[in-house]
Design a protein around this ligand. Structure first.
Ligand code: GDP
Ligand code: ZN
Length: 292
């Protein structure tokens, strides 16, 4: 048996990457009985049927570290959340929605401010850096119009499986196209070419550098926070955590409770008000969605 990574699926065939070679595989029927479907990103064990023709059978699917639904991809390490300052204007409420969703999948987070060529001074990027300064998120600025500007991203993709996410029009497909050196059809582009929104298109993993993989379709197309538990939400704001342990109540959700160390940190300017406002907004949204 060989251990590999499922990188692409087409019409019942699965393409499994093993040490530089790709095997076309079928999945064993047993998975259907166990109600598991192989998912792009899965680490699998294959039995090689024909080494010359590179044919095999998937015998085992290893436990998944995490899973995303749209696109369906497993074992993701990192989310590169792409925004622009202008065209379209930055929206930190939307940005925090992406960070919360990425946190809920336990992903490392990089905030990528693209279209750097459109801003004539750095103050707006500095403001973003300030808001996220104690989150631990790496913040980079890029431009697809200037060569070499994508080198920072390239370095961050090594040895990881990354998914790009962000609103429409910020340059995700342009970045992916340059990084992967190929024409990609993303969900956003299918809108541009007028193809139906529900056209099924499966994601694919594309190898970058030596040991990096990127999902060729932007992630988190659904920004509902409904799956998130309201008691869990504050954990997805990493800069709250170091203070939260000093709240009087262990179950403190940092809104109306007395002796709340998080609220105290906000008053002292240690946590950004913008982040806290978005936290409260999401909390309200989650609570309201529970009522139905
Ligand atoms: P997506 O919807 O996030 O995939 O965005 P696209 O990659 O389709 O880009 C949307 C528009 O922004 C296109 O017209 C791109 O040419 C343009 N664009 C992408 N990256 C940049 C950039 O770094 N600078 C500028 N000025 N425009 C960009
Ligand atoms: Zn609290």
């Amino acid at each position: 048996m060989k251990k590999g990574r499922l990188i692409k699926g087409i019409g019942g065939f699965y393409y499994v990457y093993v040490d530089g070679l790709t095997y076309e595989c079928k999945a064993r029927g047993i998975f259907r009985k166990r109600k598991i479907t192989p998912c792009i990103g899965d680490y699998v064990e294959i039995e090689v049927i024909d080494e010359d023709k590179k044919l095999g059978v998937i015998e085992e699917i290893l436990d998944r570290k995490n899973e995303m639904i749209r696109p369906a991809v497993s074992n993701i390490d990192q989310a590169i959340i792409v925004f622009s300052i202008v065209r379209p204007d930055i929206n930190t409420m939307l940005l925090d929605r992406f960070t919360v969703l990425a946190e809920s999948k336990d992903l490392e987070i990089v905030i990528c401010i693209n279209k750097a060529d459109l801003i004539d001074n750095d103050t707006s990027i500095e403001e973003i850096k300030k808001i996220y300064s104690n989150t631990g998120y790496r913040i980079i600025s890029t431009s697809t119009k200037v060569e070499s500007e994508l080198e920072d991203i390239l370095k961050l993709l090594d040895n990881k499986t990354s998914v790009f996410a962000g609103p429409s029009g910020v340059g995700k497909s342009s970045i992916l196209k340059i990084l992967t050196n190929r024409e990609l059809e993303t969900g956003d582009i299918s809108r541009k070419t007028g193809r139906g929104k529900h056209t099924t298109r499966h994601a694919e993993l594309i190898r970058i550098n030596d040991e990096g993989w990127v999902v060729d379709t932007p992630g988190f197309s659904n920004l509902d926070l409904n799956e998130i538990d309201e008691k869990e939400l504050s954990e997805f704001f990493p800069e709250f955590n170091e203070y939260a342990e000093d709240c009087r109540f262990i179950s403190c959700i940092h809104v109306n409770e007395p002796d709340c160390a998080v609220k105290d940190a906000i008053e002292k300017g240690k946590i950004s008000i913008s982040r806290y406002e978005n936290y409260k907004l999401f909390l309200k949204e989650i609570k309201e969605s529970r009522r139905y």
